[in-house]
Design a protein around this ligand. Structure first.
Ligand code: KG4
Ligand code: ZN
Length: 341
């Protein structure tokens, strides 16, 4: 028996089929090109695109899983947080499907799904929960940056989060200041490759603050002021790799040091990281080096499960079913502002 999972909280339409931790299919239709000319996600366009794509994506997932709907034991979907009209498309489709097939509907918090995504193995292999250990988890995406103490399966406490911009938002805004294409994070990562991360000194906000909170808007502002004072640098592509590498180094250093410090303080021997920013090559390398130095094991979400996907929704929903969590009432509404508790 398998579970069908739906994710439409932002600009990815995704449907997955999951069975006992195995990802039988994870079909994703991304809208990146659609939103590129606006430099950000346009909710109205995202919603129309979800509406257009959800059925073909679901059919593709069921066909890849070689499964008919009669083999489904439950339906899961992201109920929040996310863009309200975008969430509505996937959530309402899940409600209607659960009602029509008389199946339980599992409501999933999108951030909680990112939290357990580092345990999903790539390809069609099973989620790796047999290796599960209490951990400090960094969730870094376009909308969220949080440090979480995961004490056990489905048992976690929020340690801190961003006071203003998320790490991904900071990547994207700095990339835009530097004239890079949308989405900025991956572009900035790419341009950093040949740059010197010590070429320019940008601030590391809250690095030495005793809390587990982050603040990235001042860093973006300092890059803006720097470019206003040095307009020639911006126009000259020769400086772009150094500028990108230096800005990236500031974001990555804060994320890595605060994550490792929290692991030490909570006496945890495992660190995990997830969310779109965890695709960043420097963040992956620096986290790996810091964990090795401290004798901490590291589970990074594989890049295909870092960005939004329904596989992580399905994997968490199965754990909730196993734990005996109550299904969602079929008439329940979306929760666009659902914070991870
Ligand atoms: O988790 P995600 O797909 O969507 C949200 O839930 O927000 O994360 C998207 C964010 C964007 O800000 C994007 O620029 C960033 O992740 N991102 C990256 C990289 N790949 C994606 N940031 C830095 N380096 C990357 N390689
Ligand atoms: Zn996400």
């Amino acid at each position: 028996m398998a579970l069908l999972a739906i994710e439409t909280s932002c600009d990815e339409t995704s449907v997955a089929v999951v069975s006992d931790g195995q990802i039988l299919a994870n079909s994703v239709s991304t809208q990146i090109e659609l939103h590129a000319e606006y430099g950000g996600v346009v909710p109205e366009l995202a919603t129309r695109e979800h509406l257009r794509n959800l059925l073909p994506v679901a059919k593709a997932a069921l066909s890849e899983a070689e499964l008919g709907v009669e083999k489904l034991k439950a339906i899961a979907a992201t109920r929040g947080p996310g863009l309200p009209p975008a969430l509505m498309i996937g959530w309402r489709a899940a409600q209607a499907t659960a009602y029509a097939l008389n199946l339980p509907l599992i409501d999933i918090n999108h951030i909680e799904a990112h939290l357990y995504s580092p345990w999903i193995k790539g390809g069609k292999s099973a989620a790796n929960f047999e290796d599960f250990k209490p951990n400090i988890s960094l969730i870094a995406s376009g909308g969220h940056t949080q440090l979480v103490h995961v004490r056990g399966m489905l048992d976690h406490a929020i340690l801190g989060g961003t006071l203003d911009d998320a790490a991904g938002e900071c990547f994207d805004k700095i990339a835009r200041l530097l004239g890079l294409a949308y989405p900025g994070g991956p572009e900035l990562d790419r341009w950093s490759e040949k740059g010197n991360p010590a070429a320019y000194e940008f601030p590391r906000p809250l690095l030495n603050d005793s809390s587990d909170n982050f603040s990235f808007s001042g860093l973006k502002t300092s890059v803006r002021y720097f470019l206003e004072k040095n307009p020639k640098l911006k126009k000259d592509n020769d400086h772009l790799p150094d500028l990108c590498a230096s800005a990236q180094a500031a974001i990555v250093e804060v994320l890595v040091k605060k994550t490792i410090r929290a692991a030490g303080r909570e006496d945890v021997s495992c660190v995990t990281a997830s969310g779109g920013v965890t695709c960043n090559r420097s963040l992956r390398a620096k986290l790996a080096a810091a964990c090795e130095e401290q004798g901490i094991s590291l589970h990074l979400a594989s890049p295909q499960f870092c960005t939004d996907n329904a596989a992580m929704i399905g994997v968490l929903a199965e754990q909730k079913l196993k734990a005996g969590n109550e299904p969602s009432p079929v008439e329940a509404d979306i929760q666009p502002g659902w914070a991870l508790a």
